[in-house]
Design a protein around this ligand. Sequence first.
Ligand code: FE2
Length: 318
Amino acid sequence: MRYHLAPLYCRPWTLNGISPRLIESHYENNYGAALNRLNAISEEIEQLDLGKTSDQSLARLKRDEIAALNSTLLHELYFASLGGDGRVLPDAVASAIAKDFGSVDRWRQEFVGIANGLAGGSGWVLLTYVPRDGRLINQIASDHDPSIAGGVPILALDMYEHAYHLEFGANASAYIAAFMRNIDWSAVKLRYEDAIKVAPPRPLEQKQFADVPSISVEEVREMLKSGTSVQIIDTRPKHYTTKAQDIMEGAVWRDPERLDEWIGTLSKTEPVVTFCVYGFHIGCETASTLRKAGFDARYMSGGHFAWKAIKGPVRLFE
Ligand SMILES: [Fe+2]
């Protein structure tokens, strides 16, 4: 057996408006079934003769496996979300929620709204921390789908009918209200503290140009929008530009090999942004040279294609 059962986290007799009978049935019949299914699928996969199994069968089993695994994990999180009084959010969680949703009330409205939207259907409503952006988001996970890649769910509401029908019938909104009344915010806080320790995905490291400051394409777009004076120089290599069809709007192309010839045309009082095709080398090198010559120069991270990827305006390159 690969996966082991987790004991029930919340104390069912302490819940307000959700009976022990409902929790017991849910834990035994649905959580238990998910875990047993998960172990059975895992065992089946381990015992497959891969040489004789069709790729389609393997893919189907892997899909079933992820559904059972997510059902197991999210049920554990659901039971661990209950047991508090639902009202008092610890400061750390309240301020994180307020930062990412505008206010706790707005978060609550959105979370409950999503849950009501799932009533009569099925799915999970999760509050998830996304390390890449260091922020919280409410999300739906239907059919035990994978949740946000790299995300860490810290609060889960089960909106499958088996989670409430036994006691609330079709009255999903009464069930949702009962869930909200029983959220264990101190447990959510501990999970939030664990989640924010998860490092974001490793960023691109420009070791060779570590001391040259960069600017993101979004920042450049903001500069242009706000009318900030900036000298933007496209330094894509000459051999590349012969096949290039477009150039960033607002940029001028200069041959990086002939920097000596055009450096004198730049102003030292206005910032300079340089970039190349992908932002790896030539744009960085040019920015570095310009900085040494006393210019306030930065390279645009991601280069020409990052600019295009954010749908930054371009014009025909002639
Ligand atoms: Fe469930």
